[in-house]
Write a protein that binds this ligand. Structure first.
Ligand SMILES: Cc1cc2nc3c(=O)[nH]c(=O)nc-3n(C[C@H](O)[C@H](O)[C@H](O)COP(=O)(O)OP(=O)(O)OC[C@H]3O[C@@H](n4cnc5c(N)ncnc54)[C@H](O)[C@@H]3O)c2cc1C
Length: 384
């Protein structure tokens, strides 16, 4: 296993507990990887051990755009927010307890050889029957994992701020494919911005302006920056996720939701599927893994990549979609339920447009009625 993040540690735990001799290689011990740390209901309902950790449980969120203002939303299925050192440590310990051996070393090279693979690290060489490449978005291997094209990643940067608050805040900007998040963790906040099409200095300036306006102090706070996979639709077809003797999982395979940036679930899920593939009967492991990923979540992520620009940059009813999203969330209970399900990860992209169209007439009616009611209420309060 190359990389002991969520993808590598999950795969190592599954393989070791099935009795396979497993080595987990990472240059670092569990560390505070730059991240929001948000774990959705989809993730912790499928992998219940995620519920037992020292994560903050958040039940309230707000969505804001400069034009439409703010919509507050209760999360029926709360989001768990982890510090990444805690989450990585938890997954790493599961792997060790299952019997995986850890080797702290930098991986330099991996070559397919005789159906298996040869790995060269900074401290030596290892021969293995198979290798799971889980070295994250900055995967250093040239011959395994996603080959990033220019439009396949987002910049993500932010600060850890010493403060506390009970809710998540999401802020959209005009004509920008990305967002600012404020995620409360135990003892601090992870405040960041991610997006495409703008240089890092611009994003940092926007984030700092946002923080100034919202009383979040970044002077003296720890700054972080990292790459966030967000594959463009054309890149999914040629995405290199498996080859002779190796399977790629997590960020190294580009498995991140291109709209929300959710990657922890897909890292754990793909690590699990990679382990199941290696344990399974199929002779052609690479083909079996591609099929398993396709059947499980790749199609939904591909649809997300088709939708992403439209969600952030498109218009609906003569207004920007993020503005409409905020207005509908505020005014329509039906639409709010869709948003809650999107936050929980239980609403996929495959049937999202169907559900929206089905609910839309109701949503518009509810919205119109709620505008009407507020106009009536204003008129009554003015006349009294
Ligand atoms: C700023 C930011 C915010 C995010 N917020 C969220 C969020 O709130 N929720 C969510 O679901 N997702 C979020 N993500 C995405 C999430 O962080 C990733 O999808 C997830 O960490 C992927 O896990 P992984 O195991 O594939 O890779 P990683 O977590 O990156 O782990 C890779 C491991 O490989 C090791 N490694 C790398 N190269 C080498 C080498 N040459 N030799 C040895 N070891 C090596 C690294 O040390 C690391 O431990 C965010 C990402 C960013 C950048």
């Amino acid at each position: 296993m190359l990389g002991a993040g969520p993808a590598g540690s999950m795969a190592a735990a599954q393989l070791a507990s099935a009795g396979v001799r497993t080595t987990l290689i990472d240059e670092k011990l569990p560390w505070e990887k730059p991240c929001g740390g948000g774990v959705t209901f989809k993730a912790y309902s499928q992998y219940p051990f995620l519920r037992d950790g020292a994560a903050k449980t958040v039940r309230q969120s707000s969505l804001t755009t400069p034009k439409a203002g703010t919509a507050d939303m209760r999360l029926d299925q709360p989001i768990l927010i982890y510090s990444r050192a805690e989450l990585n440590g938890r997954l790493f310990r599961r792997a060790e307890q299952a019997g995986a051996r850890f080797e702290q070393a930098r991986v330099l090279e991996m070559r397919s050889s005789g159906g298996g693979c040869s790995i060269r690290t900074a401290t030596g060489a290892i021969e293995a029957d198979a290798c799971i490449v889980a070295t994250g978005a900055r995967n250093p291997l040239r011959n395994a994992g996603t080959e990033w094209a220019q439009d396949d990643t987002m910049i993500a940067l932010g600060y850890y701020v010493e403060a506390d608050r009970p809710h998540i805040d999401i802020q959209f900007f005009e004509k920008f494919e990305g967002y600012v998040w404020v995620f409360p963790r135990h003892g601090h906040l992870s405040v960041g911005i991610c997006g495409k099409g703008k240089p890092a200095q611009t994003l940092r300036a926007w984030l700092e302006r946002y923080m100034d306006e919202h009383g979040l102090v970044y002077k003296g706070a720890k700054f972080y920056a990292h790459m966030l996979p967000a594959l463009a639709s054309g890149s999914w077809r040629k995405n290199r996720i498996a080859g002779e003797g190796w399977l790629a999982a997590g960020d190294a395979a580009g498995f991140v939701d291109p709209i929300t940036g959710e990657g922890i679930y897909y890292a754990i899920r793909s690590g699990d599927l990679a382990a199941q593939t290696l344990l399974g009967e199929a002779r052609d492991k690479a083909a079996a893994y591609r099929d398993a990923i396709q059947r499980d979540f790749a199609h939904d992520l591909y649809l997300g990549s088709l939708l992403s620009r439209r969600v952030y940059l498109g218009d609906f009813l003569f207004g920007a979609i993020p503005d409409r999203m905020v207005q509908f969330t505020r005014r329509s209970p039906k639409f709010r339920t869709v948003m809650q399900d999107l936050f929980a990860g239980t609403q996929g992209y495959a049937d999202l447009s169907q559900r929206l169209w089905r609910d839309l007439s109701g949503t518009l009616r509810e919205t119109a009625m709620s505008f009407l009611h507020s106009d009536i209420a204003t008129a009554i309060s003015k006349s009294s």
